[in-house]
Design a protein around this ligand. Structure first.
Ligand code: GRF
Length: 205
C-alpha cells in the first residue's frame, strides 16, 4: 500500500513515522509548514497543495476533490493525517473511503474538534489521551483503531499536556499504521483494487 501523510504544522508525528521506517511515499501539506522541510530532510517526496483560502469563500469540496486526485494520480491508497489543518469534504472521502486515518489528542468521543487539549483542561478531567481512528466525513467520529490514556498533572498548561500526549501519539500512530500496512488491522473501506465503492465486510478490531 502506498502511504501519504497529510500535514500542516510541526510534523513531529511525521518525523516519528519516518524514524520508525514506516514506508512514507509522499507528504502533502495544505500550506507551507515545517513538516515539509522535515520530509525533504528525510528524502521523502513532499509537496504543498496549497489551500487557496481560509475564509468563507473556501471551496472545500473543490479542494478536497483536487487533493484526492493529486494523491490518486500518485498511486496513493492509504492516507494518514498527522496534524492536518483542513477538514476534507465528501469528494475526498468518496475517493479514499475507509482509507484515511487520523490521530486526535483526546480520548474520543470526548473532546472532538480543534481545541481538544484546551477543552480537556477546561473540563478539569484528570485523564485525557489520544485516539487513532478512521477519518470520516463527520469530524472525529470515525471508527476507533487505538486509544491510550495520559494523566493530566495539576501544573499542566495546554503546551505541556499536548506535548505529553504527542509523545504517546508518536508511538501509538506508528504502531497502528504498521499493523494496518501488515494487514493485521482491517479497515472498513473498499480494497484498493476493488472498483466497487461498497464497503467490504472488514472488521476494525
Ligand atoms: C497532534 O497532536 C495531532 O493529534 C493533532 O495535531 C498534532 C500534530 O502535531 N491533530 P505535529 O505537527 O505532528 O507535531
Amino acid at each position: 500500500m502506498a502511504l501519504a501523510v497529510l500535514v500542516s504544522g510541526a510534523g513531529s508525528i511525521l518525523d516519528a513515522m519516518v524514524e520508525a521506517d514506516l514506508p512514507v511515499d509522499l507528504v502533502v501539506a495544505d500550506r507551507p509548514c515545517a513538516a515539509i522541510a522535515l520530509a525533504a530532510g528525510h528524502d521523502v517526496e513532499a509537496m504543498v497543495v496549497r489551500r487557496p483560502s481560509f475564509g468563507d469563500d473556501f471551496d472545500r469540496d473543490g479542494y478536497s476533490a483536487h487533493l484526492a486526485t493529486t494523491l490518486a494520480d500518485r498511486g496513493v491508497d492509504l492516507v494518514a493525517m498527522a496534524g492536518f489543518g483542513t477538514i476534507l469534504g465528501q469528494p475526498f472521502h468518496d475517493r479514499f473511503a475507509g482509507r484515511v486515518l487520523n490521530t486526535h489528542p483526546a480520548l474520543l468521543p470526548a473532546f472532538p474538534g480543534w481545541h481538544a487539549v484546551r477543552d480537556a483542561l477546561a473540563a478539569g478531567v484528570d485523564t485525557t489521551g489520544c485516539t487513532v481512528h478512521v477519518a470520516t466525513l463527520e469530524v472525529d467520529a470515525g471508527p476507533v483503531l487505538a486509544q491510550e490514556a495520559v494523566d493530566v498533572r495539576p501544573d499542566d498548561d495546554e503546551a505541556t499536556l499536548h506535548e505529553r500526549i504527542k509523545v504517546v501519539e508518536r508511538r501509538l500512530y506508528v504502531d497502528t499504521l504498521r499493523a494496518v500496512l501488515a494487514g493485521e488491522v482491517l479497515l472498513p473501506g473498499p480494497s484498493p483494487d476493488s472498483p466497487s465503492s461498497d464497503p467490504e465486510p472488514g472488521a476494525v478490531p
